[in-house]
Design a protein around this ligand. Structure first.
Ligand code: 5RP
Length: 209
């Protein structure tokens, strides 16, 4: 069954933890978004893990270099997963995987900016990534003509464990599930909802159906 990951793109850890408290019953992975980590630092990861010791916590570092060092920083602060950019060289991913193995944690490779996401996903899994995020970032989503369908089609033919991020919401979640993802990532559809708990519950119900 696909997991539900909430991407928390807020800037204050107190707000992020308050949101996570509302949605936790329906969420498998709590993601500290890149802006949140830049705003709050490693202590934000520690605070989130301390508040939710039974949840998987993902630090969306989007690391571009020094993979082993940065992954060690994330895992040392309590993260269960760290993201590494797929546009980096293989050695950066391999370094992060080495750190993940030492900590018993996982690396997620983020395909933001990658031209051939399916090809890179296969390479990243071969390097030891836990799963690969087929991702259209906030800027790409804002571009004219963007459709999450591209990611859904790629997930269906990837043949390796992938998540989808970039516009997962009530309109797309059924197709996202159908594509065979291991994780569906929802940010604005949850943190921007009038009732985040209801939004997370509704997404989770479709994933579980
Ligand atoms: O990592 C991110 C941006 O780089 C976002 O958290 C991710 O794209 C989620 O997007 P959305 O709010 O559309 O669900």
């Amino acid at each position: 069954m696909a997991k539900l990951q909430v991407a928390i793109d807020l800037l204050k850890i107190e707000d992020a933890i308050a949101l996570a408290k509302k949605v936790a019953p329906y969420i498998d992975i709590i993601e500290l978004g890149t802006p949140l980590i830049k705003s709050e630092g490693l202590s934000g990861i520690r605070k989130m893990k301390d508040a939710f010791p039974d949840k998987l916590v993902l630090a969306d570092f989007k690391t571009a270099d020094a993979g082993e060092l940065e992954a060690n920083m994330a895992f040392g602060a309590g993260a269960d997963y760290v993201t590494i950019l797929g546009t980096t060289g293989d050695s950066t991913i391999a370094g992060a995987v080495k750190a993940a193995k030492e900590h018993g944690k996982g690396v997620v490779v983020d395909t933001i900016g990658v031209k051939d996401r399916v090809k890179r996903a296969k390479e990243a899994i071969a390097l030891g990534a836990a799963f690969v995020e087929l991702h259209a970032g906030l800027d790409e989503q804002a571009e004219e003509g963007y459709s999450i369908q591209v990611l859904i089609d790629e997930a269906a033919r990837a043949g390796v464990p992938v998540s989808i991020a970039g516009g997962v919401n009530m309109n797309s979640i059924a197709a996202v599930k159908q594509s065979g993802v291991v994780v569906a990532v929802a940010g604005a559809a949850i943190y921007g909802a009038e009732n985040p708990a209801e939004a997370a519950k509704a997404l989770k119900e479709i994933l579980n159906a």
